[in-house]
Design a protein around this ligand. Structure first.
Ligand SMILES: CCCCCCCC/C=C\CCCCCCCCCCCCCCCC(=O)SCCNC(=O)CCNC(=O)[C@H](O)C(C)(C)COP(=O)(O)OP(=O)(O)OC[C@H]1O[C@@H](n2cnc3c(N)ncnc32)[C@H](O)[C@@H]1OP(=O)(O)O
Ligand SMILES: Cc1cc2nc3c(=O)[nH]c(=O)nc-3n(C[C@H](O)[C@H](O)[C@H](O)COP(=O)(O)OP(=O)(O)OC[C@H]3O[C@@H](n4cnc5c(N)ncnc54)[C@H](O)[C@@H]3O)c2cc1C
Length: 666
């Protein structure tokens, strides 16, 4: 049965004022990436092995085994189709469930590439690429995650045997959380305190074999398992996040990743002439990928909420006629369109961050470490900002879909459950913002010493102007001027950073000031990250963008992104004196106008994400808009509807009814 609602989306698509095909290319990044992505998404969607509509009804063991089957199928298809790395990772992406392949390819391999010597790479990378071994990344412990320098696991060099002894000295030192560790990985990069000659030398990575390559049993001295069921049904429970305890496990000396620090046969520790933070390199790499992933998760939730809001009708009719599409309500628009704009903003900043990461990697290879602090601040800050916004946005999209958003068949509960840990893994978001703040305070104090800021802090070089400027906006239209918008964002961020730096200096030590002012520091860090996102978006829409009306739509979204932030943080913009209350009102007025301009294009703007119904996994977000019939069909497929009279009737319903009947007769 196809109901009238389907016409709504066709109507919506006919109203689009831009070339959706051209926007799809802009979203993908290039025609080549679009083609690869589109092809891989379709391969996954049409393969019954990748079915996922039963995921929330499976128990933990079935769910995990189901994921093992899918991951094996990914590897099989990648080999059969002779996929390139780019194609294989897209194929795996559209399978859309966390699995050990992510940690193997996303962290184990990069850790060896980044921290292994050439010799070590030659030994381990072919084994890993052919998947003759499966690896994971074990940094976090039961007692310590954020504080990497506080890790307790030891790697003690024994010069008698030329081995390291990997040991977990306490319960709190058990590795705890690594994905793929619990049940699958044969090998791991373990982060441990290097001890040689009775002295500690800091935290480094060591490759340890965990399980037999013959029968998968743990090797002697290794106690290993899964850490237990996690938040939400389905969701991250497809992954075997694990624990491991090492009881004096011996590994050859050359299993220490020795690119930045070598331990000789005699046990001498030789540090390379590079910053010690290079050991944190894998985290920088992964944080950068997490920013790109944020735009995928956010756009997916927004796609569901926009399409459903165009289908859903409530109130507004006289005489029981046709009701109003909820997408027409200004309140719905004011909650949804900033999220749509944020999805585009995060997509563009994610692309830029990829470029920044490639640039810093090239420099590091040439022994130029000058941009490392900025790369760390950008990846940490943007990881934090984009994942926090996305997690909140998925929940907002659920609310925007009313009651049906709470059904698993909407796709939103599982998306939320699988996404929220992104605010924690790869660095807790607050801890990471404090790293950005540290970088900003340093930048401000260097300004005072006459040092010119570079990269994303270049704007701070305009210090005198930014401290004094008053916004020139005197009409709603003025808020469509990139220079007016940027100045407000830069002035707010700079004034917040300067205030923090000034206030810290009033404390007895910088550490005491930093600790006491950490709430303000986090706000300053967010403001700086928002400068980065807004300025990258503005830069993007100032480029030549092919396709009828595409640039105009992106401009509208860019200003929605910026102006909704001015509204959200109006307290900061006003208290720092960057804008006046009247100017804030003008910005809001412009925002309302922009919502009206997005409205006819909203459905086409989410079509431009080019998501298959398989990937969306949502009755509410279907491309054809056939929402109600799908909800009904999926309800009928629920295991509870397998029988008309439920299991348990005889035991638990009939006795209650009888008892009630007896009571009513009394
Ligand atoms: C056969 C063919 C088959 C083919 C099939 C193919 C299929 C393909 C399949 C898949 C492809 C998949 C690709 C996947 C892509 C990726 C996916 C990834 C999946 C993600 C899943 C989730 C994984 C999660 C993993 C984890 O969580 S790992 C653990 C992460 N842990 C943390 O993040 C801990 C956070 N804490 C810290 O980082 C640090 O402790 C700290 C908070 C930064 C503090 O550091 P420290 O104690 O050193 O203190 P400070 O004194 O504050 O800092 C000292 C100075 O160091 C600077 N600093 C700090 N960090 C860094 C850094 N990272 N880089 C550079 N500099 C850094 C800091 O700024 C200080 O500098 P200073 O100048 O001020 O002194
Ligand atoms: C799904 C998932 C997958 C993971 N996968 C892996 C993996 O593959 N490998 C791996 O090694 N780890 C993994 N982890 C662990 C993850 O990296 C850590 O949980 C994360 O780094 C946060 O550390 P924590 O748990 O110690 O949090 P904590 O640091 O204990 O945080 C608790 C609270 O304290 C606050 N806090 C902590 N320090 C400060 C501070 N200095 N100032 C202010 N507030 C502070 C935090 O903001 C937070 O609110 C995974 C975690 C999850 C949830």
């Amino acid at each position: 049965m196809v109901v009238a609602s389907v016409d709504n989306l066709a109507d919506e698509r006919s109203k689009a004022q831009f070339d959706v095909g051209a926007m799809k290319i802009v979203w993908a990044g290039s025609k080549h990436v679009f083609d690869v992505t589109d092809r891989m998404a379709r391969i996954v969607a049409s393969d019954p092995e990748f079915r996922k509509d039963n995921r929330t009804t499976l128990g933990r063991k079935e769910l995990f085994k189901n994921t093992l089957r899918k991951m094996a199928h990914v590897v099989k298809r990648a080999n059969e189709l002779r996929l390139t790395e780019e194609e294989a990772s897209k194929l795996r992406f559209f399978v859309d469930e966390p699995g050990y392949l992510d940690l193997h390819w996303g962290m184990f391999v990069p850790a060896i590439k980044g921290q292994g010597t050439e010799e070590q790479q030659e030994k381990w990378l072919p084994l890993a690429s052919r998947m003759e071994i499966i690896g994971c990344y074990a940094q976090t412990e039961l007692g310590h995650g954020s504080n990497v320098q506080g890790l307790e696991t030891t790697a003690t060099f024994d010069p008698k045997t030329d081995e390291f002894i990997i040991h977990s000295p306490s319960l709190t030192s058990y590795k705890w959380w690594p994905g793929g560790l619990g049940k699958v990985s044969t090998h791991v990069v373990v982060y441990a305190r290097l001890v040689s000659g009775g002295q500690e030398h800091g935290i480094y990575g060591f490759i340890v074999q965990l399980r037999s390559l013959d029968d998968h049993t743990p090797l002697p001295g290794i106690i290993i398992g899964d850490i237990g069921t996690k938040f939400g049904s389905g969701a991250y429970n497809t992954m075997d996040n694990g624990f491991v305890c090492f009881n004096r496990v011996r590994i050859p000396r050359n299993h220490m990743l020795m690119r930045f620090c070598q331990v000789t046969r005699e046990g001498n520790v030789c540090l390379s002439d590079v910053p010690k933070q290079m050991v944190y390199g894998t985290m920088v790499y992964v944080r950068q990928t997490i920013v790109s992933d944020a735009s995928w998760a956010l756009s997916r939730a927004v796609c569901i909420a926009v399409r459903y809001s165009a289908i859903r009708r409530q109130f507004g009719s006289q005489d029981r006629g046709i009701e109003t599409q909820v997408l027409d309500y200004k309140t719905q628009q004011s909650r949804l369109f900033p999220l749509l704009a944020s999805a585009y903003a995060f997509r563009f900043v994610g692309e830029w961050l990829k470029w920044l990461y490639a640039d810093v990697t090239e420099r590091l290879q040439a022994n130029d470490f000058s941009t490392l602090p900025e790369a760390h601040a950008c990846t940490a800050g943007l990881k934090s900002l984009t994942t926090s916004v996305t997690a909140d946005a998925i929940e907002e999209c659920r609310k925007l879909c009313g009651g049906h958003g709470y059904l698993c068949s909407s796709g939103l509960p599982e998306l939320f459950a699988v996404y929220v840990p992104a605010c924690t893994y790869e660095g807790d978001n607050v801890v990471l913002l404090l790293q950005v703040a540290r970088f900003l305070v340093k930048t401000v104090s260097r300004l005072a010493a006459g040092k010119k800021p570079v990269g994303t802090t270049t704007y701070m070089g305009n210090a005198e102007h930014l401290m004094q400027c008053k916004s020139s906006a005197s009409s709603p239209e003025d808020w469509l001027k990139p220079s007016v918008v940027l100045e407000a964002f830069e002035a707010r961020a700079f004034r917040l950073a300067v205030a923090c730096a000034r206030d810290i200096s009033k404390f007895s030590t910088p550490e005491a000031g930093f600790a006491e002012l950490s709430i303000d520091l986090v706000e300053a860090a967010i403001a700086h990250c928002e400068v980065i996102v807004v300025s990258r978006f503005i830069e993007k829409v100032q480029q030549d963008i092919p396709g009828d009306g595409v640039k105009e739509q992106l401009q509208i979204l860019c200003f929605i992104y910026a102006l909704h932030l001015i509204h959200k943080h109006s307290g900061e913009f006003l208290s720092t004196g960057c804008i006046t209350p009247e100017q804030a009102t003008l910005a809001n007025e412009q925002l309302r106008t922009l919502y009206g301009q997005v409205r006819p294009n909203a459905v086409s703007l989410v079509d431009a994400f080019n998501y298959t119904d398989h990937y969306l996994g949502s009755a509410l977000g279907r491309y054809d808009g056939n929402v109600y019939a799908t909800l009904y069909a999926q309800a009928l497929r629920d295991p509870l509807n397998d029988t008309v009279v439920p299991d348990g009737y005889e035991e638990f319903i009939r006795p209650v009814l009888k008892q009630t009947m007896r009571l009513s007769r009394l």
